[in-house]
Ligand binder design. Structure first.
Ligand SMILES: *Cc1c(COP(=O)(O)O)cnc(C)c1O
Length: 379
């Protein structure tokens, strides 16, 4: 069983996707056209934010937000940005790419997200922003984060690569409860395996800040706000018409797909509840289950066992960003919880198209492993 079968996941929409692809090909218009503009509108109404700027990918979306804040004088080189220690490295790359300094924060063991109750001690006179990551599909938001941002005038930049469609219980700064519209700005990814996946690279910046949106749009287009006039030293990061057309189709089905992911997750949790594994909390609409993560002291053996049963699993992530060889200057830092989690976490296959039989097979294979371990412990 594959970890994720994208061919099967896209199959229900294949006819519709081929039809819109044909329309784009016949139109002869491939960049900065009406399909991108209309996807941006659609995304704004879905999220309840004012502006969306379609860009090349999720990492660029985050880089562009920070670069725009630098252009606007909100932050400058060497300023500190609080990021979760337990995240995909792209969050941190966006910070260091702009010569800003990542300040890592341990997660909340229950949610695996940034511990928003425990950030204040990390704030210095150079802190300019917090970047909550809605990791594994669970929205990371709450009053403590809003209060902290208000008190220290910090920007809140969401990394919404994994949680498109998640709804926070607490409304965001502009009133919307959708992740991607909670903070001052959000970077969204439409990488094919994300909950809203394109058929190639794509991303978007979403915000309700008109000035920020305008600067991001210029920066993503060589720094040009008007053709052949360059206000900034920008780069080129644009979503193409083809991806926008695909995403406009797929956004219509996102809520239904996320509901299926929730069903998969509760099914797993029901079948695995008597095992010694640490299971993810259910979190209602706050969670769109980009990943279903279990924790196991014998994670590598469990993974090998599942592999022998033809169940593919993955580890998100085996090496935390501060321990990566691209960051020798952070390698000495210690985040015990993050490091322990990276040893214990295992992602089981989860996707809207998975059948009950497949989910049962995965769960039963996990149960068989746990029973075998218990027996050997009793000997
Ligand atoms: C996927 C991902 C990104 C980067 O998105 P790309 O579109 O692949 O560039 C950033 N942050 C997180 C948490 C992600 O999962």
């Amino acid at each position: 069983m594959k970890f994720l079968d994208l061919q099967r996941e896209n199959a229900p929409y294949a006819e519709e996707l081929k039809r819109v692809a044909a329309e784009v090909i016949d139109s002869g218009w491939f960049l900065q056209g009406e399909r991108v503009a209309s996807f941006e509108q659609q995304l704004c109404s879905y999220l309840g934010c004012r502006y969306a700027v379609a860009v090349g990918n999720g990492l660029d979306a985050l880089r562009l937000i920070l670069k725009a804040y630098i252009e606007l004088g909100v932050m400058q080189e060497g300023d500190e940005i609080i990021v979760p220690a337990n995240t995909y490295i792209a969050t941190v790359l966006a910070v260091t790419d702009n010569r800003l300094v990542p300040v890592f924060a341990e997660p909340d063991e229950r949610t695996l997200n940034l511990n928003i109750h425990h950030l204040e001690h990390l704030i210095t006179s150079r802190t300019r922003a917090v970047m909550p990551v809605h990791l594994y599909g669970r929205s990371c938001w709450g009053e403590p984060l809003k209060e902290l941002a208000g008190k220290y005038r910090l920007k809140i930049i969401e990394d919404n690569a994994q949680a498109m469609g998640a709804r926070s219980r607490v409304p965001g700064l502009s009133g919307s409860c959708m992740s991607g519209a909670l903070g001052d700005a959000a970077g969204n990814s439409f990488y094919p395996s994300k909950n809203l996946g394109a058929l190639g690279d794509a991303g978007a910046v979403t915000t309700s800040d008109a000035e920020l949106a305008e600067v991001v749009r210029a920066l993503a287009n060589y720094g040009s706000h008007r053709k052949y006039y360059n206000r900034y030293q920008g780069f080129n990061s644009r979503m193409d018409e083809l991806q926008a057309a695909f995403l406009s189709v797929k956004l219509n089905y996102l809520d239904a797909e996320n509901a299926k992911r929730r069903d998969c997750a509760s099914f797993y949790s029901k079948l695995l509840k008597d095992t010694p594994l640490v299971l993810p909390e259910s979190a209602g609409e706050e969670h769109v289950w980009h990943q279903y993560i279990v924790r196991c002291g014998e994670r590598d053996r469990l993974q090998e066992w599942l592999h022998s049963q033809h169940v593919d699993t993955q580890i998100h992530y085996p090496v935390p960003p501060h321990k990566q060889s691209c960051y020798p200057r952070y390698n000495h830092l210690q985040f015990p919880l993050t490091e322990r989690l990276s040893q214990e976490m295992l992602s089981l296959p989860i996707a809207p198209g998975m059948t009950v039989e497949e989910l049962s097979f995965v769960a039963e294979s996990v149960c068989r492993f746990c029973m075998g371990r218990e027996l050997s412990q009793n000997k």
